[in-house]
Design a protein around this ligand. Structure first.
Ligand code: 5CA
Length: 439
């Protein structure tokens, strides 16, 4: 991509209503634009990051055995009347009528729709377990949408739903998601803490929130430090095997959100120097809720004994659009965003300091094509701007590498390579610079 033809409307100053750093930086980097309170258009750079996060979530869901579907954003109110949640959900639900006067709603979540799909096709325990997920826009008419995409009204969620014959099998499904979530966050460069959580309007009796630490976070967490430092399990675990030990290793250490916090237990279970109280951002939430929806909605399968039983379900949400902001909260400096390579909008920027000067253009084009060939997804900064303005905007948008090509270097047969995360600069031959970037 040539920046001269791209659409990256960066701003020098953040609008004054943006209170937290991720919101300020997303606006300044030209990633999003607010269309209405809590409703955003995603501009090219923001969209690229969103898609990369989405893809990592998808890969880890697939690895853990979940199967992707796509459900509509608009749902029939009648389905929610069946589960009993239509009235109960309250003002957060955006209710709509179509031309035939039928009640619709913009889905805030999709337990009812997926249960309806499931009950239509699956009739026997032999077809279990199943875990179906989608990555789709949701709408919650939040009382106080704020902090940009961190708490939006329209937001992108990955929601997975598991169906099992009994509680023991459902817990195995829960464990798979629990560990898959840790792998997702780790690939995004985040350290997420699984904490015991309240189930809220989703319902059920077993639930964990995944929190990443950030001072601006809306959640308060209380956790044993050893849990905070424990790494993700990694992709090579036996997803069909017994995952209980890996999950227990993480759930036996104290960790709770504010609604579930029990100060006496915290003191009993964690020595003083291991007790951590901090603020954080909820980037995922998983629930086991048994027969809460399958019973009223009559989602039954025939068991091995020939009797029909309601399936045991769980649901598993990741805040995909919220994660864009959460990653920025966790990784930025005074100059702007520092993207982890896994989600950076571009892998590297080739900065042409003298567009129009044939020798410089030649080396910049060569570098750009080589990086393209190596699958780095580079951007070529061929804008007619002062070098200082180019560096400032590239620092702001957080591209991991800047490969700088100027007239003096070209005369000497070298380029400069800057690493965004550390600010470290090296003067190298083009060949060596490409080697450093492609690792
Ligand atoms: N049905 C379940 C799981 S599929 C569910 O809806 N869970 S949830 O309510 O906890 O939402 C899942 C995740 O979506 C949250 O952990 C959070 O990261 C994200 N999320 C929730 N509300 C918003 C919002 N208003 N703006 C941005 N992200 C949100």
């Amino acid at each position: 991509m040539r920046l001269s033809r791209y659409f990256m409307p960066t701003l020098r100053e953040a609008p004054s209503d943006a209170q937290i750093v991720s919101h300020q930086l997303m606006l300044r980097a030209g990633m999003i634009r607010q269309e209405a309170a809590g409703i955003y258009a995603w501009l090219p750079l923001g969209l690229k990051v969103l898609k990369k996060i989405e893809q990592i979530v998808r890969e880890e869901m697939d690895r853990a055995g979940a199967v992707e579907v796509l459900m509509p954003t608009l749902q029939l109110a009648d389905l929610w009347r069946e589960s009993g949640r239509y009235e109960a959900y309250g003002e957060e639900m955006l209710r709509i009528k179509d031309r035939h006067d039928r009640d619709l709603l913009y889905g805030p979540t999709a337990e009812e729709v997926i249960t309806d799909i499931f009950r239509t096709y699956v009739k026997s325990y032999k077809d279990l377990p199943k875990n179906l997920y989608n990555i789709q826009w949701k709408f919650r008419d939040e009382r106080r949408p704020r902090f940009g995409v961190m708490r939006g009204r329209e937001f992108l969620m990955k929601d997975a739903y598991s169906f099992d014959i009994d509680e023991a099998a459902a817990r195995r499904a829960y464990n798979r998601m629990f560990l898959a979530y840790l792998n997702v966050y780790s690939r995004l460069g985040l350290q997420a803490i699984p904490v015991r959580a309240d189930t809220g309007p989703i319902g059920g009796d077993l639930s964990h929130e995944f929190i990443i630490l950030a001072e601006t976070g809306e959640s308060e967490v209380f956790a044993h430090r050893d849990l905070v430092e424990m790494g993700a399990p990694g992709p090579d675990i036996d997803w069909d095997g017994d995952l209980e030990p890996l999950v227990q290793q993480r759930t036996r250490l104290y960790a709770a959100s504010d609604e579930m916090h029990d100060a006496a237990r915290f003191e009993a279970e964690a020595p003083e120097d291991k007790r951590m109280t901090a603020r954080g951002i909820e980037v995922g939430h998983i629930f086991y809720f048994g027969e809460k929806y399958s019973k009223p909605m009559n989602a039954k399968v025939t068991g091995p004994d020939g009797k029909d039983v309601p399936v045991h379900m769980g649901s598993y949400g990741v805040g995909v659009s919220r994660l864009v902001a959460a990653i920025i909260e966790a990784s930025h400096d005074e100059a702007g965003i520092i993207w982890p390579e896994s989600v950076a909008p571009f892998g590297a920027a080739v900065v042409n300091l003298r567009p129009g000067e044939a020798a410089v253009d030649g080396v910049a084009d060569q570098a750009y094509r080589a990086l393209q060939g190596a699958g780095v997804d580079p951007v070529l900064d061929d804008r007619d701007e002062r070098p200082g303005a180019k560096f400032a905007s590239l620092d702001l948008v957080g591209i991991p590498w800047q490969l700088i090509v100027g007239p003096k270097g070209v005369a000497d047969g070298v380029v400069e390579l800057k690493r965004r995360a550390t600010g470290e600069r090296q003067t190298l031959s083009l060949e060596d610079a490409l080697k450093v970037i492609t690792g």
